[in-house]
Design a protein around this ligand. Structure first.
Ligand code: NAI
Ligand code: MG
Length: 376
C-alpha cells in the first residue's frame, strides 16, 4: 500500500505502566488497517525496569530510539523498589530527562467528562453544568522548578540547606502560551493563564509574555488567575474555564486535582507536544504500586491517550473521536474497572447508571475495542 510508515516507540515502564500500555497497543493494532499510516511498533526500556536491566533509568538506546521515532508512548515509571536510589538513578529522573531531550514543552491534559458520565464526579450536577466537565490544562513541561539550577542540598553554616530554582526564559513561556492560544482559538474557548504573580518574579514575566501574545490573538478572551484562587474556582465553577495555561509545577498539582474531579486519575490522558520532533503520549497517572500486578488498573487514560495520538500525530480526527466515544460509552453502560465501581454503584442506586459490571484491565480494553469497531 502507499501509506507512509510511522515508527512508534512504546515504553511500558513500571507498575501498572505495562498493564495499561498493553491495552493501548492492542487498540492501535485493531485500528491500524484504517489509519493513514502504517504503524511499526517497537518496545524500549525506561524507569525502574531500565535501572534493573542496565543501571540507567534512560538508557542511551532508548533515548536515541525516542528521538528518531514518529511518536513515543509511555506507561508510567517509579515505585517503592527504587525509592532509595541516588537522585540521578531514580526512575522519575529518566522520564524528566526524556521529556527534556524530546523538547515536549506543551503538555495537554484534557479534563473531560461527558454529561452522561457526570455521575463519576464528586461535583454536583448543577456545578458541572449540562455540558459535563470540559477543561484543557496546558502545562509547561520542560522548564521551571523541576529543572532550574542551582538545585540540591548543601551545607551552609553547619546546617543543611535545600535549594530549588524556579526559572523561565521568555521564549520558554512564549512557546507554550502560543500553543494554548492556538488551541483556544481553534476550540472557540476562553484562555485562563494561571500564575502566582503577586509573589513570584517568574510569574510576573509569565504574565507579561501572555499580555504580549494577546495582540496576535485578539479574538481569544484572556484572563489571569492566581493559582490558589484557581484551585478553589476549578472545584466551585469549572464551567468558567476552557483552556488553561500554566507553568510546570502548578500544572502537575492542578491536573491531579483534575483527576479527583473526573472520579479517577485512571481516566486522564495526556499528549506532550514538541515543535517539529516526535510527540510523547502518556496517561497522567503514575505506576500505582498499590494496585500493580493485579490486572485491575483502569486503562481508560491510556486509551484516551491513544485518541490524542490519533488526533495530534496522525490528524485522524474520526478515529480519535471514535475511540473517545467508545471509552465513554463502555463506562456509561456500567462496564468499569474497580476504581469506578463505587461511583457507579451509587449512581445506580439513584438511577443514573446501569448496575456496574466490574471488569479487569484486559476486559475493559476488549470492551472498548469492540465498541470502537462499531464506530470506525
Ligand atoms: P499514582 O498516580 O501512581 O497513584 C495515585 C492513586 O491513584 C493510587 O491510589 C492508584 O492506585 C490510583 N490510580 C492511578 N492510576 C490508576 C489507574 N490507571 N487505575 C486505577 N487507579 C489508578 O501516584 P502515586 O501513588 O503518587 O505514585 C506512584 C509512583 O508513580 C511513584 O513512584 C511516583 O513517583 C510515580 N509517578 C509516575 C508518574 C509518571 O510516570 N508519569 C506520574 C506520577 C507518579
Ligand atoms: Mg503528577
Amino acid at each position: 500500500s502507499a501509506r507512509p510508515r510511522l515508527d512508534l516507540l512504546v515504553l511500558p515502564g513500571d507498575g501498572i505502566g505495562p498493564e495499561v500500555v498493553r491495552e493501548g497497543v492492542l487498540l492501535l493494532r485493531e485500528l491500524e488497517p484504517s489509519l493513514p499510516a502504517e504503524l511499526h511498533i517497537r518496545e524500549g526500556a525506561i524507569g525502574g525496569a531500565a535501572v534493573d536491566e542496565v543501571g540507567d533509568p534512560l538508557p542511551a538506546d532508548t533515548l536515541s530510539a525516542a528521538l528518531s521515532a514518529g511518536a513515543v508512548f509511555l506507561g508510567a515509571v517509579g515505585g517503592p523498589r527504587w525509592e532509595n536510589l541516588p537522585a540521578e538513578r531514580r526512575p522519575e529522573q529518566g522520564l524528566l530527562r526524556l521529556r527534556k531531550e524530546m523538547r515536549v514543552f506543551a503538555n495537554l491534559r484534557p479534563l473531560r467528562l461527558p454529561p452522561e458520565l457526570s455521575f463519576l464526579s464528586p461535583l454536583r450536577l448543577e456545578i458541572l453544568g449540562e455540558g459535563g466537565l470540559d477543561v484543557l490544562i496546558v502545562r509547561e513541561l520542560v522548564g521551571g522548578i523541576y529543572f532550574g539550577e542551582p538545585r540540591g542540598i548543601f551545607v551552609e553554616g553547619g546546617e543543611r540547606v535545600a535549594v530549588d530554582t524556579l526559572r523561565y526564559r521568555e521564549e520558554e513561556i512564549a512557546r507554550v502560551v502560543d500553543v494554548a492560544f492556538r488551541i483556544a482559538r481553534t476550540q472557540g474557548k476562553p484562555l485562563a493563564s494561571v500564575d502566582k504573580a503577586n509573589v513570584l518574579a517568574s510569574s510576573r514575566l509569565w504574565r507579561e509574555v501572555v499580555e504580549a501574545k494577546r495582540a496576535e490573538y485578539p479574538d481569544v478572551p484572556v484572563r489571569h488567575v492566581l493559582v490558589d484562587a484557581f484551585a478553589m474556582d476549578l472545584v466551585r465553577r469549572p464551567t468558567a474555564y476552557g483552556v488553561v495555561v500554566t507553568e510546570n509545577l502548578f500544572g502537575d498539582i492542578l491536573s491531579d486535582l483534575g483527576g479527583a474531579l473526573v472520579g479517577s486519575l485512571g481516566l486522564l490522558p495526556s499528549a506532550s507536544l514538541s515543535e517539529g520532533g516526535p510527540h510523547l503520549y502518556e496517561p497522567v497517572h503514575g505506576s500505582a504500586p498499590d494496585i500493580a500486578g493485579q490486572g485491575i488498573a483502569n486503562p481508560a487514560g491510556m486509551l484516551l491517550t491513544v485518541a490524542m495520538f490519533l488526533r495530534h500525530t496522525l490528524a485522524a480526527e474520526d478515529a480519535a473521536s471514535a475511540v473517545e466515544a467508545a471509552v465513554f460509552a463502555t463506562i456509561a453502560r456500567g462496564r468499569v474497572t474497580p476504581d469506578l465501581a463505587e461511583a457507579c454503584r451509587r449512581a445506580h442506586a439513584s438511577g443514573r447508571c446501569p448496575a456496574p459490571e466490574v471488569l479487569s484491565t484486559a476486559e475493559f480494553g476488549a470492551a472498548v475495542r469492540e465498541e470502537v469497531l462499531r464506530r470506525v
